[in-house]
Design a protein around this ligand. Structure first.
Ligand code: SF4
Ligand code: SF4
Length: 328
């Protein structure tokens, strides 16, 4: 069955399919070999790597993988004193609504025989690589999947189906050309020549995944960034002409400018859970989020709050404050 014929698709969604089976994962192995994964050790677990290499092992009887792109482009403005968050963190956590969109599509179009299994960032799958080989775009120099119509502000989801499906492939050319805007704009030079990111230098990694203090080399270049980093997406010319998402959950801005930096610096777990319930920001943990706020306060000349917070808390805040206030 050729999948992308006779199926009507909403404008914010794109999909394609490919046969489940052995994949080329050379770049991934090299990335792990260079230890660019930072502290995310689960990424190199043997069981995970085996499944990444052979996608037919992801579910019993799997024949095809359907790859989805969901447009989440939106304009968010950060107010002074609140810190910047990545645009995807301004609305409800996409892990909570994207799987429903995939389910609806799979069921409506009867794209399985006995069952299917879906993943949104949760499985041993190299989503960008799968999207690239299923012709949904190319992996740009910023390491993001770029689709000619949607740009790179997309979430990638995957469904493993027991139905044999193909797409009428039109391979996506690499349209980065001689552009190097993302590389030139990255504040920490985290973008490698082979289109991978060195997590040890990436602001997005540190503000979300790092559970320790953020090294000065990175924190000095964070400005008032509080959660994630959109710079290498924002500067990409392929995002200039793309349309903003019409998905209601994406339009619903609930988390940007939620709390002032000076309040986050004194945040406890209870208020964090209350204020950021249902948000992707929860991934950072309350201590990590408060640590990020101290960095933003330091970088905007408000060390008196950094000092006060570090006096009051003996957690990660004190450790980060010591680094920030160290005389160089
Ligand atoms: S997310 Fe930010 S820090 Fe990370 S590679 Fe992109 S521009 Fe650099
Ligand atoms: S900014 Fe330029 S080099 Fe970077 S991903 Fe976009 S087109 Fe490619």
């Amino acid at each position: 069955m050729i999948l992308d014929q006779d199926i009507s698709v909403p404008p914010d969604l794109k999909f394609s399919s490919l046969r489940a089976g052995i994949q080329s994962t050379e770049n991934y192995s090299r990335w792990l070999g260079n230890r660019y994964q930072g502290s995310m050790s689960y990424l190199s677990k043997e069981e995970r790597v085996i499944k990444i290499n052979d996608t037919s092992l992801l579910a019993e009887g799997s024949k095809s993988m359907i790859v989805f792109l969901l447009n989440y482009k939106k304009h968010t403005i950060s107010r002074e004193g609140y810190g910047k968050i990545a645009s995807y963190a301004s609305f409800k956590d996409y892990h909570k609504f994207f799987p429903d969109i995939i389910d609806e599509f799979m069921i409506k179009n009867e794209l399985f025989l006995n069952g299917y299994k879906s993943y949104v960032d949760t499985g041993p799958i190299l989503e960008r690589g799968q999207a690239r080989i299923s012709s949904l775009g190319w992996v740009g120099k910023n390491s993001m999947l770029i689709n000619q119509q949607l740009g790179s502000y997309t979430f990638i989801g995957v469904s493993i189906s027991d139905l044999s499906l193909d797409s009428s492939f039109v391979p996506s050319p690499d349209l980065c050309g001689t552009c190097t805007r993302c590389i030139d704009s990255c504040p920490t030079s985290a973008i490698n020549k082979d289109r991978t990111i060195d997590s040890n230098l990436c602001i997005s990694y540190h503000t979300i995944e790092n559970r320790g203090a953020i090294p000065k080399l990175v924190s000095d270049r964070m400005g008032d960034m509080l959660f994630g980093c959109d710079i290498c997406n924002d500067v990409c010319p392929w995002n200039r002409q793309t349309k903003e998402s019409s998905i209601p959950q994406v339009q619903d801005d609930v988390f940007s400018n939620k709390m002032k930096l000076e309040d986050i610096a004194f945040l406890d777990k209870e208020s964090f859970d209350l204020n950021y319930k249902g948000s992707a920001i929860k991934r950072a943990t309350f201590e990590g989020f408060a640590r990020n706020a101290l960095i933003a306060l330091h970088n905007t000349g408000r060390d008196e709050i950094v000092k006060e917070s570090s006096k009051r808390f003996s957690d990660l805040r004190r450790e980060q404050a010591a680094l920030l206030l160290e005389k160089s």
